[in-house]
Design a binder for this molecule. Structure first.
Ligand code: ATP
Length: 357
């Protein structure tokens, strides 16, 4: 038996005049999934979210909700709700009234509404604030009420448009955990939009990385970080070193690239058509330094050093190539590498990736 997808985006394009905001986008979101649309500003993620909500329609292609064409479901009957960045709470209403509002419109009876509002306040740990107004709350508390309100009518899909971006760093971190727990507890499909890759990696079951109006890659956080499909994804997710080179051998599942480091690296590849110019990507944390240099080892010179607490970031120059790497500060008395000093660095071929240019 195949499970019906919560949402199917079928070959969707969207043009605004001559501008193409979405270009043949095609993917499925599973039921009960925490799915994230991640990409830089202007890549089309909000447009896609607005289509799912029904505020926008595709220029071509279609969207299915639980296997049914979304256009054929009247807006008020769509089991979809949205949480926005700016909370959008009614300022003159108490928190209870804010949560109750949508349920009244749906014609729920009074006692059912009362019970549901209580349950929702409890779910977001805000019971004691029921009779406050939104302006008597912190940003994080407001966002919790916005969530409670959006979940009150038991939608099957919750759309979240950068809901954490107005919060400060500590709160954002705490709210990430809360959102994830809420999603697991309710089993509702969450479609989360963000340009913050750390947020996406931390919370999602799967991520769609968007760029230039297209889906560049869909996968688990680990797939996307460890095995980026192309240079755009490798660059957008996390930090990496790109080295230009030339593919000198190409097999079914691995290739050998001759890099400007003066060494041949053999590893897996993506988006490569044949022999010729290509790029090698190696993440900073996968390069060992000093006595941790293993695999292909090179001698370099320390160019810069940034102490970050848990880590120290270094730039090391090997020949003409500068490589960024990070070293965990595992010992409190650990000696930092001196700027200008010579050191060994190294990485295993298997930790590098070969990508098309
Ligand atoms: P951000 O993170 O900045 O919100 P986004 O990825 O959500 O970016 P969208 O809001 O989906 O991007 O916009 C995608 C592109 O389409 C942008 O270049 C935007 O200017 C354009 N666009 C969006 N809505 C309209 C509109 N109604 N009319 C014309 N252009 C639009």
């Amino acid at each position: 038996m195949t499970l019906t997808s919560a949402i199917e985006v079928v070959n969707v394009s969207k043009n605004f005049g001559s501008y193409t905001a979405l270009d043949h986008v095609d993917f499925k979101i599973h039921q009960n999934e925490f799915f994230t649309l991640l990409g830089p500003s202007g890549c089309g993620k909000t447009t896609l979210l607005r289509m799912i909500a029904g505020f926008e329609s595709p220029s071509s292609g279609s969207l299915l909700l639980n296997g049914q064409e979304i256009d054929q479901i009247p807006t008020h009957k769509r089991p979809v709700n949205t949480v926005f960045q700016n909370y959008a709470l009614f300022p003159h209403m108490t928190l209870s009234q804010n949560i109750a509002f949508g349920l009244q419109n749906l014609g729920w009876d009074k006692s059912r509404i009362q019970a549901r509002v209580g349950q929702m306040l409890e779910m977001v740990h805000m019971e004691q604030f029921a009779s406050r107004k939104p302006d008597q709350l912190s940003g994080g508390q407001r966002q919790r009420i916005a969530l409670a309100r959006a979940l009150a009518a038991e939608p099957e899909v919750l759309l979240l448009d950068e809901p954490l971006s107005a919060l400060d760093l500590k709160l954002r971190q705490a709210m990430r955990d809360e959102l994830r727990t809420l999603q697991r507890e309710t089993g509702i499909t969450f479609v989360f939009v963000t340009h913050d890759q750390e947020e996406a990696l931390d919370m999602s079951d799967r991520i769609a990385v968007m760029g230039k109006g297209r889906v560049q890659q869909i996968g688990s956080p680990q797939d996307i970080y460890e095995d980026p499909k192309n240079r755009f994804v490798a660059d957008f997710i996390g930090d990496t070193n790109f080295l230009e080179g030339e593919i000198i051998n190409l097999e079914r599942d691995r290739a050998t690239i001759r890099t400007s480091l003066g060494a041949d690296i053999t590893t897996t590849y993506q988006s490569v058509d044949g022999k010729g110019p290509a790029t090698m990507s190696i993440r900073p944390e996968k390069i060992g330094v000093g006595d941790q240099a293993e695999g292909q080892v090179f001698t370099g010179r320390v160019v810069s050093r940034n102490y970050m607490g848990g880590f120290t970031h270094y730039t090391i120059k090997v020949g003409d190539v500068e490589l960024r790497l990070s070293r965990r500060n595992a010992q409190s008395q650990q000696h930092a590498l001196e700027i200008g000093s010579e050191t060994q660095i190294g990485f295993k071929d298997a930790n590098a990736r070969i990508l098309g240019r």
